[in-house]
Design a protein around this ligand. Structure first.
Ligand code: BG6
Length: 486
């Protein structure tokens, strides 16, 4: 079992009110994540109250949670750890009303005793977020509380501004934790370590040395039961205006003055302010063949299940460097990479045909999978007579540290941070509103969706978008298998 370092857990006991407790996210990530945190000793005094439209009782909710763990936990669930966790679970159906919810919270607080805080996790679709906030207000559960909000935060600038204004009628900004789980991924934080804990790369981290950047998150996953949510959301709102832009900010920001919420948000927001509003001509929207026939999808739906775009950050560091972003469902591979292409040397002394430049520019690649990897590729001499050049690489895999079991999954890390009141890895109202502003031209005049076959890399026009460059994925050379320790 992971040993919890001092200061990592919350200082006092917590009652977590999980609204949307029977939903997809709760079952896939939140319940397994909370189980792992509880079992690992990160949240010793914590009781969880599930809330949703489903008419369940506490036992019904425990059964659902057990099933979710069986199905979705990425780690082995030991039978002997279950009863203690099950005992911390309670449930209140929304129909029971605010008084019943308050009574359940107070009962949990009595059981915990002493100083307790409340964490409301709103794992609900955007159109249900405000009614959940009203329920919490009517139940008198705002004081001593923090609220974790799920994206998308609004659907455009006007709705985001309105949502933030309504939220602020109930919760103060410092109580609000807008979650973007990509920022909770270990490798996303490793971008900060890599860039700002080393003197080696920062001097070349700019337009003089970097040719272009790709943030590429193809998914093989289809939509399953999520079509209802997805129809109204689409790939741009689901992934780009949230996760991909946030990762872009970590990659592009200036060095923050401290690893603190204000300094980090300030630098991220400066990146967002420097972003040039998206030009619909630089966007490819796609829809996989077969989407229209899925249950819950309008047969004439224009929702994109794929998006690729080019954007620019018009500041001293990045002017003229294109950033290519791509993500979509039912694509050929599931990957999450940031790939940085360096400028090529201005002249080559190597004879034609020696291979220099033949396999693209030098690349620095971050793999954002939980077991993250990093690769720096360069040209080197092929052993033997003459001078033939091959693409070689230096690679690091998190596995090499021997501490892969210590990795917290993104949601675990962020729930823990919210319980401790640490906003560093959360997004801000200002940043989100600016991102909607940048997105306005695309939202107002979206290009038509183009069809793509499931299992492909998207519509054909993605190649024109990135030309004269090429998409890094699929990789020409596979990652090296991580060391086994032999
Ligand atoms: C979610 C999106 O926020 O992120 C999903 O709603 C997407 O559509 C998921 O599949 C990807 O996250 P991860 O952590 O699995 O890469």
């Amino acid at each position: 079992m992971v040993k919890v370092p001092p200061g990592v857990g919350p200082k006092n006991s917590q009652v977590l009110i999980l609204v949307g407790a029977t939903g997809d996210l709760a079952q896939r990530k939140l319940l397994p994540g909370l189980f792992h945190l509880a079992r690992g000793g990160f949240i010793p005094g914590c009781r969880i109250i599930g809330v949703s439209l489903d008419q369940l009782d506490a036992d019904g909710f425990r059964r659902l949670a057990r099933e979710a763990l069986n199905q979705f936990s990425t780690r082995k669930v030991h039978e002997e750890d279950w009863p203690a966790f099950a005992e911390t679970l309670d449930y209140v159906p929304i129909a029971a009303g605010p008084d019943a919810l308050r009574a359940a919270v107070e009962s949990a607080e009595r059981m915990l005793g002493g100083d307790t805080s409340r964490v409301h996790y709103l794992s609900v679709p955007p159109n249900a977020a405000l009614s959940a906030v009203r329920l919490l207000a009517e139940a008198g559960l705002v004081e001593r509380s923090r609220v974790i909000m799920e994206k998308p935060f609004g659907t455009d600038l006007a709705s985001a501004v309105a949502l933030n204004a309504k939220l602020h009628e109930v919760f103060a900004e410092e109580q609000i934790f807008r979650i973007d789980h990509f920022l909770g991924k270990e490798p996303a934080q490793n971008i900060l370590a890599f860039r700002f804990a080393n003197g080696l790369f920062e001097p070349i981290w700019n337009r003089n040395f970097i040719d272009h950047v790709q943030i590429d998150v193809p998914e093989t996953l289809g939509l399953g039961k999520r079509t209802g949510f997805y129809e109204a959301t689409g790939a741009f709102r689901d992934m780009v205006v949230t996760h991909l832009f946030q990762v872009l900010a970590f990659m592009a920001m200036e060095p923050p003055t401290a690893l603190e919420p204000v300094s980090i948000s300030e630098e991220k927001n400066k990146v967002f302010r420097s972003m040039v509003p998206l030009d619909p001509k630089d966007v490819v929207r796609g829809q996989y063949v077969g989407y229209l026939a899925e249950e819950g999808v309008d047969p004439e739906s224009d929702t994109e299940t794929f998006i690729a775009l080019k954007c620019h950050i018009d500041n001293w560091r990045w002017a003229g460097v294109p950033f290519f972003l791509r993500t979509g469902k039912r694509l050929a591979e599931g990957q999450r990479i940031i790939s940085i292409a360096f400028r090529e040397p201005p002249k080559s002394m190597f004879p034609i045909g020696s291979g220099v430049g033949a396999q693209g520019p030098d690349h620095l690649t971050f793999d954002l999978a939980d077991a993250s990897k990093l690769s720096l590729s360069f040209y080197g001499k092929r052993p033997g007579p003459g001078m033939r050049l091959d693409k070689l690489s230096l690679q690091f895999a998190m596995n090499d540290t021997g501490r892969i079991d210590d990795v917290l999954e993104a949601y675990e890390r962020l729930i823990l941070d919210a319980m401790r009141g640490d906003h560093t890895l959360f997004t801000t109202a200002e940043g989100i509103e600016r991102l909607w502003q940048v997105s306005t031209p695309l939202l107002e005049t979206p290009p038509p969706v183009r069809l793509y076959s499931p299992g492909s890399w998207g519509p054909k026009s993605i190649h024109q978008l990135v030309a004269p460059h090429a998409w890094r994925l699929p990789f020409e050379r596979a990652w090296r298998a991580p060391a086994t320790g032999d």
